[in-house]
Design a binder for this molecule. Structure first.
Ligand code: SF4
Ligand code: SF4
Length: 205
């Protein structure tokens, strides 16, 4: 029916308005900032960069692939890829972001960067009290300001972080199995070459 959604919305508003006189559960507003409502698991505000371990720069997962930079609708991510490489959690050498800036004054909190990142590196934070009197540079944040631990991610989005941990653990197991198979194949090839050399007839003198 045309307008059914509007009628349902108005009915919910009326239920909350009248219900708020008899039930605290119907009070949909609080006296902010003295009172705060705990954020729900799927709340998202602005992106942050996840790191593992204790060192934010060493443990930063981002490999500077720049997919998020390309996909960000308002183009507020700015990345410069490093010239050298550092080991990732699989001990494979990877580029890292020499520069990773986000202009949060432009970011529209769409979460696309987090969705497209193939490396579980960028996630959406729940922090929203970021107001500043510096209109031009105050919300341009760099990789040091963006870096937050995986522990923080687990705290704010436990379900997503568990799925992310499981995906990375599966990738690590796959990489370790491949490394083991490569070592075994090399050892087998070396043993076969040695055996072949041993049965070669000695050339007549
Ligand atoms: S949340 Fe959206 S707008 Fe903000 S940096 Fe990510 S992709 Fe860009
Ligand atoms: S955050 Fe993810 S998508 Fe963006 S550059 Fe880093 S690894 Fe690539």
């Amino acid at each position: 029916m045309l307008g059914e959604g509007i009628i349902k919305g108005m009915a919910e508003t009326a239920r909350n308005f009248l219900g708020s006189y008899v039930s605290d559960e119907r009070l949909t507003t609080v006296q902010y900032p003295e009172e705060r409502i705990p954020q729900i698991e799927n709340a998202r505000q602005f992106p942050f960069l996840v790191f593992d371990g204790d060192d934010p720069m060493k443990g930063m997962r981002c490999v500077a692939c720049q997919i998020c930079e390309k996909e960000c609708p308002p183009k507020c991510i700015y990345i410069v890829k490093s010239k050298d490489k550092k080991p990732d959690y699989k001990n494979q050498q990877q580029f890292y972001p020499a520069t990773f800036d986000i202009d949060l004054s432009v970011c529209m909190s769409c979460g696309i960067c987090a969705e497209v990142c193939p490396f579980e590196s960028i996630k959406m934070d729940t922090e929203f009290e970021l107001s500043t009197t510096d209109r031009f540079g105050g919300l341009l944040v760099n990789k040091h300001q963006l870096a937050k631990s995986n522990g923080h991610y687990r705290k704010i989005h436990p379900g997503d972080a568990a799925a992310s941990d499981a995906a990375l653990a599966a990738e690590l197991a796959k990489a370790q199995a491949k490394a083991k198979a490569d070592v075994e194949a090399k050892a087998k090839a070396a043993a076969e070459a040695k055996a072949k050399a041993a049965v070669q007839p000695t050339p007549a003198t």
